[in-house]
Design a protein around this ligand. Structure first.
Ligand code: NAP
Length: 479
C-alpha cells in the first residue's frame, strides 16, 4: 500500500520526494509507505485550509451535514476493508479493528446531525433600548494530531465536530498508522468535501507540529497523544494564544468492592485491561480489590487471562495482538521487573511471548499481585497487557489511593450498593467514570480528562464547543 498525502483536494507526494515505510507490528514486515512530508508541505495544506475556510464556514449547517452523513455511510460500508488495513499497521485483532471503524463512522453520523444544533442565545438586557445576543462561529483552521492506538476513531472524533462547526482541518496521523488515515481520506474525498476543507499531512510529528504552532493561519490545535507531547504543544501554542484541546495519557483505577458482582467485574476487567493489548488511554492501570474478595477475584481473573489467545491479529480468534514496538515491550518488561523487585508476585504471564513465525513484540497477558504505591506500574502509564492487583480495606482508603496520581482520564468501580455508587462516582477525580461499566465511551457523551490527562472534551455537544468561538453582540435601538 503506497499512501499519499491529501492536500487541497489532490493526492500528493512530499515536495522533497521522501517516503517512510510502514511496518506490521505483528510480523515486522513492511506493509506500505507514506510521504515524509516537510514543513513546506504542511504550509501548503494550511494555505489550502485557510482559503477553503472562507466558503466552507459560510455554508449552512444543513449543507455541511450532507458530506458528513455521506462519509458516515461510506465508512460503514468499507469497514471490513479498512479494518484489515488497521490490523496490518496497528496489530489489534481484526474484530477490534472492525469495531473501531464502525465506531469512527458513528462520530461522522452524530456530528452530521449535531451540526444543525449550533444554537445561540438571546439575553434580556437591563435597559429597554438594547438587545443582547450570543452567536457561535467556527474558530478557523484546525490542526489535528492523532495517535496510533485508535487510528480511525481519534481522527473522526476531531474531524467530524470541526467540519460540522464550519472549521477546515489539516490532520497529521501517527507515523505508525498513516494508512488507515489514507483510507479515511479516500472516504472524505468520495463523500464530496470541497478541496481544502480537509487535508492530510504525513511525516515527523515534531516537524509538522512546529509548523502547526508557528503558522498564524492555524487558529486551533487539537491533540490526542502522550502527556509529554501535549505539554510541549501547550507551551508552543501560548505564543499565539492558539485555542487548544488536549486528550492525553491516563492511569485508570478499577475498583472492585466486596458487594460487586464478581463475575461481571472479572469480565469487565478483561475488556478494560486487555482490549487493544492494553494500549488504550482509558485502560484499567490499577485494579483495586477489597481484601475480603481478593483471592476469589484474583483466581477468577487469572483463569480467564490464561485463556486469552495471543498472536497475529489477522488470524481468527486472536484476542491479544503485538505491542506497537520494541520500546513498548521494554517499558512493560521494566515495569514488571521493578514491581517484582519491590515485592509483587506474578500469578500468570510475566514474560515476553515468542513464536518463530512472528517477529513482532509480544508480551503475555499478565496478572500480578501484591502491588503497592512504590512500584512504577502504580503511577506510570503501562500501555501493555498487565493487570496489577492492589488490595484495599475501606472505601475511604481506596478513593484516596485511586485519586493519588497526576492523571484523571477514566476510572471504574464495581459495586451493587446504590449509595456507594453515588458516593464513589462523585468522589473519583476523573473526567469519565464507568460504574459497573468497562466501556463508557460513546459518541454522544463527553470524553476527556482532569489534571494532566487533558483540556477540553471530545464527543457530544461538548465536542462541538471546542471548534466554536462565542460572540456577544450588543445592539442599541432607536427609541
Ligand atoms: P505520542 O508519542 O504523543 O504521539 C501522538 C502524536 O503526536 C503522533 O501523531 C506523533 O507523531 C505526534 N508527535 C510526536 N511528537 C510530536 C511533537 N514534538 N510535536 C507534535 N506532534 C508530535 O503518543 P502515542 O504514543 O502515539 O499515543 C499514546 C498516548 O496517547 C498515550 O499516552 C495515550 O494515553 C494517549 N491517548 C490519549 C487519548 C485520549 O483521548 N485522552 C486517546 C488515545 C491515546 P509521530 O507518529 O510522527 O511521532
Amino acid at each position: 500500500m503506497e499512501g499519499k498525502m491529501y492536500s487541497n483536494g489532490n493526492w500528493v507526494e512530499a515536495t522533497n520526494g521522501d517516503r517512510t515505510d510502514v511496518i506490521n507490528p505483528a510480523t515486522g514486515a513492511i506493509v506500505g509507505s507514506i510521504p515524509a512530508g516537510s514543513r513546506q508541505d504542511v504550509k501548503l495544506s494550511i494555505d489550502a485550509a485557510d482559503s477553503a475556510f472562507k466558503s466552507w464556514s459560510k455554508l449552512t449547517a444543513m449543507e455541511r451535514s450532507i458530506p458528513l452523513y455521506k462519509a458516515y455511510e461510506m465508512l460503514s460500508e468499507r469497514s471490513d476493508e479498512i479494518a484489515r488495513i488497521m490490523t496490518l499497521e496497528q496489530g489489534k485483532p481484526l474484530t477490534e479493528s472492525r469495531g473501531e471503524v464502525l465506531g469512527a463512522a458513528e462520530f461522522l453520523r452524530w456530528y452530521s446531525e449535531e451540526a444543525k444544533r449550533t444554537y445561540g442565545e438571546t439575553i434580556p438586557a437591563a435597559v429597554s433600548n438594547k438587545r443582547a445576543m450570543v452567536i457561535r462561529q467556527p474558530v478557523g483552521v484546525v490542526a489535528a494530531i492523532t495517535p496510533w492506538n485508535f487510528p480511525a476513531s481519534m481522527i473522526t472524533r476531531k474531524v467530524a465536530p470541526a467540519l460540522a462547526a464550519g472549521c477546515t482541518v489539516v490532520i497529521k496521523p501517527a507515523n505508525y498508522t498513516p494508512l488507515t488515515a489514507v483510507a479515511l481520506f479516500e472516504v472524505f474525498e468520495q463523500a464530496g468535501f470541497p478541496p481544502g476543507v480537509v487535508n492530510l499531512v504525513t511525516g515527523k510529528g515534531s516537524e509538522i507540529g512546529t509548523e502547526f504552532l508557528e503558522n498564524s493561519k492555524v487558529k486551533k490545535i487539537t491533540f490526542t497523544g502522550s502527556t509529554e507531547v501535549g505539554k510541549h504543544l501547550l507551551k508552543g501554542a501560548a505564543d499565539q494564544v492558539k485555542r487548544v484541546s488536549m486528550e492525553l495519557g491516563g492511569h485508570a483505577p478499577f475498583l472492585v468492592f466486596d458487594d460487586a458482582d464478581i463475575d461481571l467485574a472479572v469480565d469487565a476487567c478483561i475488556l478494560s485491561k486487555f482490549r487493544n493489548t492494553g494500549q488504550t488511554c482509558i485502560s484499567a492501570n490499577r485494579v483495586y480489590v477489597q481484601d475480603t474478595i481478593i483471592d476469589t477475584f484474583a483466581k477468577k481473573l487469572a483463569d480467564r487471562v490464561r485463556t486469552l489467545k495471543i498472536g497475529n491479529g489477522m488470524e481468527d480468534g486472536i484476542e491479544i495482538g503485538p505491542l506497537i514496538d520494541q520500546d513498548a515491550l521494554a517499558k512493560v518488561q521494566h515495569q514488571i521487573s521493578d514491581a517484582i523487585s519491590k515485592g509483587a508476585e506474578i500469578i500468570t504471564g510475566g514474560k515476553e511471548w515468542k513464536e518463530s513465525s512472528l517477529s513482532g513484540s509480544y508480551y503475555e497477558p499478565t496478572v500480578i499481585n501484591h502491588v503497592n504505591e512504590t512500584m512504577e506500574i502504580s503511577f506510570e502509564e503501562t500501555f501493555g497487557p498487565v493487570a496489577p492487583l492492589i488490595v484495599f480495606n475501606t472505601e475511604d482508603e481506596v478513593l484516596q489511593k485511586a485519586n493519588n496520581v497526576n492523571y484523571g482520564l477514566a476510572a471504574y468501580a464495581f459495586t451493587n450498593d446504590l449509595s456507594r455508587t453515588y458516593r464513589v462516582a462523585e468522589a473519583l477525580e476523573y473526567g469519565i467514570v464507568g460504574m459497573n461499566d468497562p466501556l463508557p465511551s460513546i459518541p454522544q457523551a463527553p470524553f476527556g480528562g482532569w489534571k494532566e490527562s487533558g483540556l477540553g472534551r471530545e464527543g457530544g455537544h461538548y465536542g462541538m464547543d471546542q471548534y466554536l468561538e462565542m460572540k456577544y453582540i450588543s445592539m442599541g435601538l432607536n427609541s
